[in-house]
Write a protein that binds this ligand. Structure first.
Ligand SMILES: C[S@@+](CC[C@H](N)C(=O)[O-])C[C@H]1O[C@@H](n2cnc3c(N)ncnc32)[C@H](O)[C@@H]1O
Length: 226
């Protein structure tokens, strides 16, 4: 999968993307993620990317044209028009189903990060395909939301994790929460790992995992069971 992030703070995104699982996936070529500085597409000598809102109000609004030009550049560079997602608290709320849907439907996506008061509505109308929120709260910028989306989508791409079982058995993939996990030592602070997990009896272990998954979901997210 190829992903282009449009931001005023590429260094913020790059620090995350070059680390851990996604960092390794980038190096191996399993995913191809580029960050683009929107300011590089500003058209005046001061490299201005925002201005005061029409109608008054506090804060600044990101200009339409540098965003438009940045997206044009991405389309040229990729020789295609990526599906463009604007991270916004006004969008549909992101979840594992949407991550699967993006991974399944698109080979190329671009993600626009707003900042300040957001972006000029006209550029949303002109080029944005959909708006996605990461929850009902407001952050200072779209960089963290973009990274949340990119991380959740990338780990579904073949080759990013060692095996698809890694994500297929995790919380939310099939609508339930995962069973508890344990590692060594088998006794810690007097607490023992459930005996069945040490038994080597695969069928019983699977049965225990399903049972615990149901119990955990019922306890903390009964809405998922419904
Ligand atoms: C301070 S917010 C702007 C909020 C906007 N004025 C409003 O009231 O809807 C700045 C940027 O952060 C990003 N952002 C903030 N909260 C977000 C959320 N919950 N999900 C996705 N993006 C978010 C968006 O890109 C947004 O343009």
């Amino acid at each position: 999968m190829k992903i282009d992030i449009m931001t005023l703070f590429p260094e913020m995104c790059e620090a995350f993307l070059n680390t851990s699982v996604i960092g390794r996936a980038l190096k191996s070529g399993a995913v191809d993620i580029k960050c683009h500085q929107i300011r590089d597409f500003a058209y005046d000598k001061h490299k201005r990317v925002d201005d005061t809102p029409y109608g008054g109000g506090k804060g600044m609004v990101m200009l339409a044209e540098p965003i438009y030009k940045c997206f044009e550049h991405i389309c040229d560079e990729r020789s295609c028009r990526p599906h463009l997602i604007y991270m916004s608290p006004k969008g549909r709320v992101f979840n594992q189903e949407i991550a699967k849907e993006i991974n399944h439907n698109f080979e190329n996506i671009a993600v626009l990060c707003g900042h300040y008061e957001g972006v000029d509505e006209r550029v949303i109308e002109e080029i944005v395909d959909e708006q996605i929120s990461i929850g009902d709260y407001v952050l200072t910028g779209g960089e963290l939301p973009a990274l949340v989306l990119v991380d959740a989508v990338s780990r579904l791409v073949p080759g990013v994790l060692s095996d698809s079982v890694c994500f297929e058995e995790e919380s939310h993939y099939n609508g339930l929460l995962e069973h508890p996990q344990y590692t060594k030592p088998s006794i810690w602070h007097g607490k023992e790992v459930p005996e069945v997990l040490l038994s080597g009896h695969h069928a019983k272990i699977e049965e225990w995992k399903v049972q615990k998954s149901l119990e955990t979901t019922e306890k903390t997210r009964p809405d998922l069971i419904k």
